[in-house]
Design a protein around this ligand. Structure first.
Ligand code: 5AD
Length: 359
């Protein structure tokens, strides 16, 4: 019978090992796992946090994912930030030395959208003296589009697999061409071909999801040789099809702890990648993002979206800080991070070490 200690000494984890770690119940054992991961983080990437200023560009979306509050079927007010608004966000990130930006939006593939992103990339770089790294998180696109955006200055791309198990993927998405598992996998391959630092991730605590699924998610991320990961708890949204399964979910506290364990195990499995401590963690616990950092994450995405539009970008219920400006989001965050003894790497790009070695 393996013990926690003997598993932590291994070079690599089997699926059974991961399930064992995810199943830990006793607080002292969970703490031992998280502390071990924090030690790995300290040695490998340092007690350093990289900021990525998050711009939620638009909630217009052609997809109809069963978990998401901005799914196409939902009758909500739809917005797109203007170029001027986006440039103001970028300017804020630049002046505050964030080093990097993330542009996230609902998924569209029409020419106007593809052109708009392209223009934004060029104009942000021009306005900020090419000093910011830009990550895109704008869903599945053609290889041609990925290449075009790459040429215009996007260097990282986040596309969560959401659930790496094909059957589970099918349960949380409509069954049509627009939500095809193979296409999503292909998009991740295309991103690599196009030369991006590639990010993916999953939701944790979905209906129908088991610990075995989550173990497979981590193995998927490792096998895909991913450079950056964003994963966080699933939080049910009342206006979505999956809400009907809310009674079957792990409690929010359990999903929170499971997410911290996932971060910790991944940090031990992939020592040199970038791992984000997500806003969804903070939704469950006001200390959530700091807890993510202490479990092995090293990236935080302070929100830069103008307050006027934040209320329209609710992917899940109870999203925090909807009324907070970028200034106030950043101020309290920076203080809280420094209080746990981590240093924010202002003015640094913080590229994934894994990516650099891979190149
Ligand atoms: N709970 C948690 N995360 C969600 N996302 C979408 N809906 C939810 C939800 N209900 C995540 C998806 C997506 C990212 C932008 O937000 O993983 O990739």
């Amino acid at each position: 019978m393996k013990t926690l200690r003997s598993i932590l000494q291994q070079q690599d984890f089997s699926k059974d090992d991961i399930v064992f770690l995810l199943s830990l119940k006793e607080k002292s054992q969970v703490d031992e796992l998280l502390n071990f991961a924090y030690k790995v983080k300290t040695e490998q990437v340092g007690r350093i946090v990289y900021y990525r200023g998050l711009i939620e560009l638009s909630n217009k979306c052609k997809k109809d994912c069963f978990y998401c509050g901005i799914r196409a079927s939902n009758k909500i007010e739809r917005f797109s930030l203007t170029e001027k608004e986006v440039l103001e966000c970028a300017d804020f990130a630049y002046k505050n030395n964030y080093g990097s930006l993330v542009i996230q939006s609902g998924e569209r593939n029409d020419k106007a959208f593809v052109d708009y992103i392209d223009t934004l990339l060029q104009n942000i770089h021009e306005k900020t003296n090419n000093e910011l790294r830009i990550t895109l998180s704008c869903g599945e696109q053609s290889l041609e589009t990925y290449l075009r955006w790459r040429r215009s200055g996007a260097s990282r791309y986040l596309l969560r697999i959401e659930a790496s198990n094909k059957e589970l993927y099918a349960k949380i998405h409509p069954q049509d061409d627009n939500h095809n598992y193979e296409k999503r996998l292909e998009a991740i391959q295309d991103l690599r071909l196009a030369g991006y630092q590639v990010g993916t991730g999953v939701m944790i605590g979905l209906p129908f999801q088991t610990l075995e699924h989550l173990a497979d998610d981590l193995i998927f991320i490792k096998n895909q040789n991913i450079d950056m990961v964003g994963m966080g708890p699933y939080i049910e949204h009342p206006d979505t099809p999956l809400y009907q399964y809310k009674e079957s979910l792990f409690s929010l506290e359990e999903r929170f702890e499971l997410s911290l364990k996932m971060i910790a195990i991944l940090r031990i499995m992939m020592k040199d990648i970038n791992i984000a401590s997500t806003t969804a963690l903070q939704t469950i616990n006001s200390f959530g993002r700091e807890a993510g950092l202490l479990a092995g994450a090293n990236v935080i995405m302070p929100n830069l979206t103008p307050v006027s539009e934040k209320k329209n970008y609710l992917l899940y219920a109870n999203k925090p800080s909807v009324a907070d400006s970028p200034e106030s989001c950043a101020e309290s965050l920076t203080e809280k991070i420094e209080q746990i003894g981590e240093k924010i790497a202002f003015g640094k790009w913080g590229d994934s070490l894994h990516y650099r070695k891979r190149k």
